[in-house]
Ligand binder design. Structure first.
Ligand SMILES: Nc1ncnc2c1ncn2[C@@H]1O[C@H](COP(=O)(O)OP(=O)(O)O)[C@@H](O)[C@H]1O
Ligand SMILES: [Mg+2]
Length: 334
């Protein structure tokens, strides 16, 4: 909670606001909102809402905020209440903020799951319908190719395009079906750190080739987790390959894991290109890719795998700085 005057200067703050900002009281009081939150966030988000409050309105909104000193973003529920003097003029705004990042992340994950499930069902339906006609086009083209062989070489070569293109479509459709089909899982209790280490060793060569420095902090032992080894392998590999692909000119890949009380936290951090906020909303969609030869299926599969394991995945990224993926797996309790 804080009190801000019409010049957007802090006049009073309570302890929890100081703590949320990560600054002592004397570094906030007397300073302007744009000094604390940055010119950009002040101009784009805060000012318009605060001005409405100075006109005598109670203002409520929710928004992501970045911090200057911490790299994490937080999602805040914000309320501005007008504060009047004896002449009934608004002299200040009383600001009440609540950190609702956890709720927001859960909600996002849930929405993503629902959307993926929807897309998956639709895709499976369409894919089935497409595969048979494609097979017919392909076999007919091959038949024509053989017929033309004897008297028209050019036509024969053109028919090859039909065959190749149907193969390409069939491959895409097959991938889609694989993604959409309900997957059998073979869950067992085990040491998740071993899987993680194994995947790190797979990509070591690729990292060396691309001038990527690696830093692994993975403990030997792991609290028990129920997992499907193949699927988890695939998910870790997809995430690490994305990190490596984001650093074509070298950089640093860090992988760390921590046994917490009820969960295991795994972080995969790169110093690569980063993902724009706009793209961050799309990266889990099947077929979303920014790469020339990408399939765009990696992260949607990762999301599926994390869901099977009742885990969570969060992405923090900044263009030009890098990307941090945080995975949380619940510890198995009998
Ligand atoms: N670590 C990362 N750094 C930068 N961009 C990333 C990273 N991971 C994923 N992305 C973005 O998300 C998109 C989708 O990723 P993914 O689903 O694995 O498909 P693909 O790797 O085939 O493009 C990528 O094309 C890329 O734009
Ligand atoms: Mg990928």
């Amino acid at each position: 909670m804080t009190l801000i005057n019409r010049n957007y200067i802090y006049e009073a703050v309570n302890d929890s606001y100081c703590k949320a900002c990560g600054k002592p009281r004397e570094k906030i009081i007397g300073h302007s909102v744009s000094q604390i939150w940055g010119e950009e966030q002040f101009e784009n988000i805060i000012k318009k809402h605060m001005d409405m409050c100075f006109q005598g309105n109670e203002v409520h909104y929710q928004e992501w905020f970045n911090f200057s000193d911490a790299k994490r973003r937080k999602f805040y529920d914000v309320a501005y209440y007008p504060f009047y003097n004896e002449k009934k003029e608004v002299t200040h705004t009383i600001v009440v903020t609540r950190d609702v990042t956890e709720n927001k992340l859960l909600e996002t994950q849930l929405l993503r799951s629902e959307r993926l499930a929807g897309i998956g069902e639709l895709a499976a339906g369409v894919a089935h319908e497409i595969r048979n006609p494609i097979a017919i086009i392909k076999s007919t083209s091959q038949y024509c190719q053989n017929k033309f062989q004897s008297y028209d070489k050019e036509l024969k070569e053109l028919m090859e395009i039909f065959v190749e293109t149907s193969d390409k479509i069939d491959k895409t459709v097959r991938k889609l079906l694989e993604f959409a089909k309900p997957q059998q899982s073979r869950m067992r209790k085990g040491n998740i750190m071993e899987i993680l280490k194994k995947v790190c060793s797979y990509i070591e060569g690729k990292c060396a080739e691309q001038n990527i420095e690696t830093n692994y902090e993975i403990p030997e032992t792991s609290l028990p987790v129920l997992f499907d080894e193949d699927k988890l392998n695939g998910a870790f590999l997809n995430l690490m390959l994305n990190a490596v692909e984001a650093m074509p000119n070298g950089g640093k890949l860090s992988v760390s894991a921590v046994n917490k009380k009820d969960e295991i936290e795994i972080k995969i951090t790169d110093t690569g290109k980063g993902i724009s906020p706009d793209n961050q909303r799309k990266i889990f969609n099947p077929f979303f890719t920014t790469k020339k030869t990408g399939t765009g299926l990696g992260l949607s599969l990762v999301h599926q795998v994390i869901n099977i394991h009742h885990g969570k995945i969060n992405v923090y990224s900044k263009i030009g700085v890098g990307t941090e993926i945080i995975l949380i797996f619940p510890v198995y309790k009998k």
